[in-house]
Design a protein. Structure first.
Length: 134
């Protein structure tokens, strides 16, 4: 990811594997925030974690640290900068991480490789695994 290379073919195992659903309609993983489990789209075109508040509702323990309104083709969108508490993805745990709350669509949010700190990321849809290396 960091080297901006796309390689097709068999994958070597990387350090941090996590189960994924490659069929919903994009590859998603289950991200735990507090007591909530969210289906998050792993999007190589985004850098951060964005949670879609209209899908998830309020997530207890989330602290709003800023708010901006951005114009879009469909009108204005409110983006809240937040601090999420107690996150888990596979075997990785974070006490707190920054992300965003906004309106979204089909899944509960999007997560970019940069947010994970990934230098390399692998998508193995045959074995239903996404893994990355820091």
């Amino acid at each position: 990811y960091e080297g901006r290379k796309l390689i097709w073919g068999p994958l070597e195992a990387l350090a941090d594997p996590v189960s994924c659903d490659p069929h919903f309609p994009y590859p998603t993983v289950l991200l735990q925030i507090g007591a909530r489990t969210l289906r998050v789209y792993v999007d190589t075109g985004t850098k951060e974690l964005a949670v879609f508040e209209n899908r998830t509702g309020r997530i207890p323990g989330t602290l709003v640290v800023g708010e901006e309104t951005h114009p879009t083709i469909q009108g204005h969108v409110v983006v809240k900068t937040v601090e999420f508490q107690e996150l888990s993805l596979g075997t990785i745990h974070w006490a707190r991480r920054e992300g965003y709350l906004m309106e979204g669509s089909v899944f509960d949010g999007t997560m970019g490789p940069k947010w994970l700190g990934a230098k390399r990321i692998g998508f193995d849809f045959e074995h239903k695994v996404i893994n990355w290396e820091k």
